[in-house]
Design a binder for this molecule. Structure first.
Ligand SMILES: *[C@@H]1O[C@H](CO)[C@@H](O)[C@H](O)[C@H]1NC(C)=O
Ligand SMILES: *[C@@H]1O[C@H](CO)[C@@H](O)[C@H](O)[C@H]1NC(C)=O
Ligand SMILES: *[C@@H]1O[C@H](CO)[C@@H](O)[C@H](O)[C@H]1NC(C)=O
Length: 344
C-alpha cells in the first residue's frame, strides 16, 4: 500500500501553465511581459524529469491529450512555449524557462524515494546560472529580470511524498502539522528571498489545492461520508494559512518587489451546481498515473482530475483564467497576474 500511493504529483501536466502563458504571451498580439519563469513540481513540469532517473514522469499518452501540441514531454521544444530548463538554448533564456520538476518539493529530500528530481533549491541554482548566462547576452540584465513574471507552484510533494509517508520520511515523527508548516514556511521564505536576490520582482506564489479531494487520497483514506479526506485538507490549510501572511510580509520587507498569493483552493472550489466527481478521467495504474496509451474519458470537461492527482485541462483553464484575472478577491491577493503584466 505504501508503494501504491507514492507517485502522485510526480509527473507533469502542462495544461495550466501553458494556458497561463497564453494570457501572458500570446494573448492578443504583442507579449504582455517580456519573460516568464516557472518554478514548481509536476503541476508545472514541462519535461525536466524526462531524462532523470525517476518514475516521476508523464511523457506518454494519454498525458497531453488536451494539449494542442500533444504529449508535451516530447514537444515542448516549440518556441511558443516556455521550454524546460534542461533543453533550453541560450536563445530561449531571455524569454524565460521552466524549472519545474515532478516529485520535487520545498524540502530537499521530498520525493527522494521516487528517484531523482530538482528540488526548489536546485531550481533556484539553475536560475542563478541562467541569470549569469543572461548577463553575457543582455545590456541590462537587472532591468530585464525586473519585468519578468515568476510563478512558483510547489509544496504538494512535501505532503504527499514526504509528510504523508511515515515509512519513508522522518518528518511526521519529528513534527506535528503546525510545526511542519513552520519548517516549510521557513525554507520557502529563504527560497523566495533568493529569487528576489536574483532579480525577481513580480512573483506569484501558489497555495496548495485541496489534496484531500484527490481521487488517490480518497481511495487511500476514505472520506467518512464527506466528499473529501478532511484531515488532509486541514493539514494543507495550515500550510496555506502560513503562506498568505508570508507573501504579505515579503511585500513589506522587500518593497521593490511585488509578491502575490494565488488561492488555488478557492479557485478550484465547486461553486453552484453539482460538484464534479472526484474521480480520475483516465484509467489509472496502481500508482495513480494514467495507464500508458489508455483511452481517457471522452468528455474531459466533466472531470476535474485527469489521473488520480492531476487536474484536467478544463480545471487548469479555470486556474489560469482566475489567477490571471481574479473573479473573487480571494483568488489572488493582493494582485492578480494580469496586474503584474500591466504594471511595469
Ligand atoms: C536509477 O535508480 C534506481 C533506483 O533508485 C537504481 O537502482 C538504478 O541503478 C538507477 N539507474 C541509473 C542508471 O542510475
Ligand atoms: C483560500 O480560499 C479558501 C476557500 O475559499 C478559504 O477557505 C481559505 O481561507 C483561503 N486561504 C487563504 C490562505 O487565504
Ligand atoms: C461535455 O460536457 C459538457 C458539460 O456538460 C457539455 O457542454 C459538452 O457538450 C460535452 N461535450 C461532448 C463532446 O459531449
Amino acid at each position: 500500500m505504501a508503494r501504491k500511493l507514492t507517485l502522485f504529483f510526480s509527473f507533469f501536466l502542462v495544461a495550466w501553465f501553458t494556458q497561463l502563458q497564453r494570457f501572458l504571451v500570446f494573448g492578443h498580439g504583442e507579449p504582455k511581459v517580456p519573460c516568464y519563469f516557472i518554478f514548481g513540481d509536476s503541476l508545472v513540469d514541462s519535461g525536466n524529469n524526462n531524462d532523470l532517473n525517476t518514475s516521476a514522469k508523464a511523457n506518454y499518452p494519454p498525458y497531453g491529450c488536451d494539449f494542442p501540441e500533444g504529449v508535451s514531454g516530447q514537444n515542448l521544444g516549440f518556441k511558443n512555449f516556455t521550454p524546460p530548463y534542461n533543453t533550453a538554448t541560450n536563445e530561449d533564456l531571455s524569454t524565460g524557462v521552466n524549472y519545474g520538476s515532478g516529485s520535487a518539493g520545498i524540502l530537499e529530500d521530498t520525493g527522494c524515494h521516487l528517484g531523482d528530481r530538482v528540488s526548489l533549491e536546485r531550481q533556484l541554482k539553475n536560475h542563478e546560472s541562467v541569470v549569469t548566462r543572461l548577463a553575457l547576452q543582455l545590456q541590462n540584465t537587472e532591468e530585464h529580470l525586473k519585468k519578468c513574471v515568476y510563478i512558483i507552484n510547489i509544496g504538494n510533494n512535501d505532503f504527499i511524498n514526504n509528510y504523508l509517508m511515515p515509512n519513508n520520511y522522518p518528518s511526521s515523527h519529528q513534527y506535528n502539522l503546525e510545526q511542519y508548516a513552520d519548517v516549510l514556511q521557513k525554507h520557502y521564505t529563504q527560497h523566495l528571498k533568493t529569487l528576489h536576490r536574483l532579480g525577481g520582482r513580480k512573483i506569484a506564489v501558489f497555495g496548495l489545492g485541496m489534496l484531500g479531494c484527490a481521487p488517490a487520497e480518497i481511495e487511500k483514506y476514505g472520506t467518512n461520508g464527506k466528499p473529501c479526506v478532511e484531515w488532509i485538507n486541514d493539514a494543507v490549510s495550515i500550510f496555506n494559512n502560513r503562506l498568505k501572511p508570508l507573501v504579505d510580509e515579503l511585500n513589506v520587507v522587500l518593497p521593490d518587489a511585488k509578491f502575490t498569493f494565488i488561492n488555488m483552493s478557492n479557485i478550484l472550489a465547486p461553486r453552484g451546481g453539482e460538484p464534479l466527481p472526484n474521480k480520475p478521467c483516465c484509467l489509472v495504474r496502481e500508482d495513480g498515473q494514467c495507464i500508458p496509451n489508455s483511452i481517457p474519458c471522452p468528455n474531459r470537461s466533466l472531470s476535474v482530475y485527469l489521473d488520480s492527482f492531476h487536474p484536467t485541462e478544463i480545471a487548469n483553464r479555470v486556474l489560469a483564467q482566475r489567477s490571471y484575472t481574479s473573479i473573487y478577491t480571494e483568488d489572488a491577493s493582493p494582485y492578480d497576474i494580469g496586474r503584474f503584466a500591466r504594471e511595469s
